[in-house]
Design a protein around this ligand. Sequence first.
Ligand code: HEM
Ligand code: SF4
Ligand code: SF4
Length: 522
Amino acid sequence: MRGARVLAAGDGLLTRTDTLLERWLPREVNPLAHLGPAANVMLLLATLSGVLMLVWYSASVQSAWHSLADLGPRSLGGIVRSVHRYSSDLTMLLVLAHAGRALLARKFADARWLAWVSGLGLIALVWFIGWTGYWLVWDQRAQLLALDTMKVLDVLPVFGEPLQRLFTSDRTVPSLLFFVVFFLHMALPLGVAAGLVLHVARLSRAQWLPDWRLIAWLAGAVLLAAAVYPAANAPVAQMAVKPVALTMDWWYLWPLAITARLSGGGLWLATALAAAGLLTVPAWLARRRPRAVFQATVNVSRCFACTLCSHDCPFGAITMVPRTDGKPFPSQAQVDPDRCVGCGICAGSCDTQGIGLAWFDAQQVARELEGLVVAGVERGTPPALALVCAQTGGGWELFDHVAWARRLPGYAVRPVPCSGWVEPKLLERLISKGAAAVLIVGCGSAEAFAREGNRWMPARLDGTREPAFRPNRADPRRTAHVNFDPLRSHLLTTAAQRLRERQPVAPVQAGAGSGRCWRRPS
Ligand code: HEM
Ligand code: SF4
Ligand code: SF4
């Protein structure tokens, strides 16, 4: 990936901020860890308060301004109006942060292009809804943005008369256009809902909303802002009066800062260039790879139709389809190349190696690790192994073997695609062959590349998710899953030391929750 170091540095900074916040807050309440779902909460609040506004708002050029100006700042209508304004602002802030975080976490390549492109569409739609919202107040801000909108539209060769002329006097301001803007403002949120369905279409178990405590904090913050700084109208729009100094809501009205400097054509060009950049730069950073190089493949002869991989895949990329090889099983796994991101979690679900990554073949890796253990046992020094998520620190190309050897003295460190790649039977085999310890290190990131590996692995180890580690096959005290906390790497070193001494190891970092229980159908 191009720019991997820069992205990893930004992502690392956010992960460090998370771990700092999560010393005091549970991960469920850390807004940085749930930016997309938090944006959804604000979208819902904006929609709800917008619908309520219809009780007081009058949608016409003549009465719109008065219907809002008459609301007392601390009346119910005034509070609802302010909640509508601030929840819209917070939506934009959260969406931008969510997009930035997805970029730094390298979540734009391969199958994720759909989430990326639909996300950009959503951001444009949310912005446009906000822009039309400011029009509806029909104050001097609305006057400015109406004139600037006309300036941009006048460049298009579709209108006979320049539209700007319609706004030369109050008498000629078109009521129909005002109504169209009102209609768009009401109808486009439906487009956002449809866009969101597309946005998360390639995720399993997409988190639509955050924990109720975070919802309460966010809603409380908006209510507080509404009570302390009630939203207010600027002076009423009058075409004969040039708007003077106005306070601006830059989340939505930022184009006003450039419309004065650029011509209508210049604005179209700047918009087209910005859109092309946002759409193509991630594709350029990602360097297109042939799918066969990184995606999971099924070895049908080793698939026994247990369906576990299809439940574990965080991207809904595996379906069970009718058998093609005549074996007496009801189905076989099939990977959808449009959805697979090559995370490797399915390899950890399959205890018969029926599915996995050709570039990180589980059987070959198992042979190498077993060879290492057997050789160590023969020398009289049973080795301790650490299987470290390669996404910790920015992905394979940046995996720092020296730093990991320093953090885990006495361990032979092996990067793996994700902690969820590790199949419990591999642990059982390594331990029963004599490994002193097998430590699995998860990235622990709130924006984990493989989304759910850090949930499935601890659950497999504690026996609540299949394929489960079987304590009757190997000593469970010799293995543990620990999430890496980059701000306190000494905790990992201590945990690794304790594991070698067969003492209990506590999870190092918040967010190491166990996965929802899924048991193999009997
Ligand atoms: C209205 C605006 C948006 C909302 C409400 C929203 C919300 C969400 C939600 C709820 C998820 C699922 C989170 C999860 O289950 O882990 C998600 C995923 C995602 N979003 Fe957004 N999003 C928005 C805009 C954007 C934008 C502008 C981008 C980037 C350009 C973006 C990029 C992504 C990506 C890449 C994922 C997939 C994450 C993954 O694969 O782990 N989103 N979004
Ligand atoms: S986990 Fe393995 S055996 Fe089970 S359905 Fe998937 S490929 Fe087949
Ligand atoms: S590698 Fe496996 S788990 Fe990951 S997206 Fe592809 S099919 Fe799903």
